[in-house]
Ligand binder design. Structure first.
Ligand code: CA
Ligand code: CA
Length: 367
């Protein structure tokens, strides 16, 4: 689990980096007025106005909470906030290592607002992603009832699982291998917690641009790798070597990029930032409605601001890499030779710092 003393160390840096948040849209549907206030409080009190670690943590908990669902058997109520309501059960599952940190913010925040935990997770994720360059505008439905039971263990795929097992679990929840790749665009803003327990590697990112929702993770996972990150204890279960200093690669990501069932969808995301973003939005909508009846929810997507544009229209080869390192797997399309290469030597990619929540102690907790 994440150590509390790390929190204080990073607070000043994050707060100082907060930019002015662009004006947010007003609610046309009066029923959404309340949620405009929820949105603004998320931006100011949880995300501190930036696309940083707390947005990543929201995207992560949205997947871990929602995937506790099955079309065929009892595996939980999907996108219902059970990860918070039944945290004493679900946070003990190994796959949920590190999720406790955002739960400790979200529970008192949701209680203070009087919103369900399922809505806090999914609405909050849509709000958070609106701060991230290159992200799509995500749909935002509200009105999920409180979770009624915990999800069982083993609903969240783990990076050491073989791909057939992972695809079967996702199919059980209603997702194709291609839709899984679309969800994995989240790894463009993600970092590791717990795969390598070394303190120096807490927050080691999966790509060279962890604050941008871009195609880099898909390109960089296709590169031939050469070492485990310095300061870590690799190889660890579920870890693979990476091609760039400081970068962390999940074993399952390497396999997705090279398996015939997913390699072409993976490469498409590497080559098309716009498609990657819209594919993610469609897959996220499906995720956010797992276990829910859309007809009973209120659509307040109009409240979600337009994210900043992507910094780069096309993925690039980071310094120290080039096209020769691409491990081609998609059989129907060669990886193009036209992408740009950053000159110079590779420089280590720093870990993503945790964010504190300065106002959290003032929130109320449910008895
Ligand atoms: Ca759940
Ligand atoms: Ca990125």
């Amino acid at each position: 689990m994440i150590a509390a003393p790390l929190v204080a160390l990073v607070l000043a840096g994050i707060a100082a980096a907060s930019p002015a948040v662009p004006p947010q849209p007003k609610a046309k549907n009066p029923q959404c007025n309340f949620w405009a206030n929820v949105r603004d409080r998320f931006i100011n009190e949880i995300f501190l106005g930036v696309c940083a670690q707390d947005v990543h943590s929201m995207v992560r908990i949205s997947f871990h909470d929602a995937i506790g669902f099955s079309l065929h058997s009892e595996k939980g109520g999907g996108a219902d906030g059970s990860m918070i309501k039944f945290q004493d059960v679900e946070l003990k599952f190994p796959a949920n290592e590190g999720v406790d940190f955002i739960v400790s913010f979200l529970q008192p925040f949701a209680d203070d607002l009087g919103i369900s935990y399922g809505d806090a997770i999914m609405f909050g994720t849509a709000v958070g992603m609106s701060l991230c360059p290159g992200a799509p505008r995500l749909p935002a439905f509200v009105g999920r009832p409180d979770a009624t039971r915990a999800a069982p263990d083993k609903t969240v795929p783990e990076p050491q699982d073989d791909l057939t097992t992972i695809f079967a679990r996702m199919a059980d929840a209603g997702f194709t291998p291609t839709e899984l790749v679309h969800l994995l665009a989240s790894h463009s803003m993600a970092s590791q917690a717990g795969v390598d327990p070394s303190p120096d590697l807490l927050g080691a990112p999966f790509d060279s641009t962890p604050f941008d929702f871009d195609s880099q993770v898909f390109l960089e996972v296709m590169l031939r790798a050469n070492s485990f990150p310095a300061g870590g204890s690799g190889p660890n279960l579920g870890e693979d070597m990476s091609p760039l200093p400081g970068e962390f690669r999940l074993l399952s990501d390497r396999l997705f990029a090279r398996d015939s069932r997913t390699s072409c969808a993976w490469q498409e995301n590497a080559l098309n930032q716009t498609a990657m973003a819209s594919n993610f939005a469609a897959a996220f909508k499906k995720l956010s409605l797992l276990g829910q009846n859309q007809a009973k929810l209120l659509d307040c997507s109009e409240l979600i601001g337009t994210p900043p544009p992507a910094k780069n229209k096309q993925a690039f080869f980071p310094a120290g890499t080039n096209h020769d390192l691409i491990e081609q797997a998609c059989a129907t399309q060669l990886f193009p030779t036209t992408l740009s290469t950053v000159a110079g030597r590779a420089t280590p990619i720093p870990v993503v710092q945790l964010q504190d929540c300065p106002t959290c102690p003032t929130f109320k907790r449910r008895a």
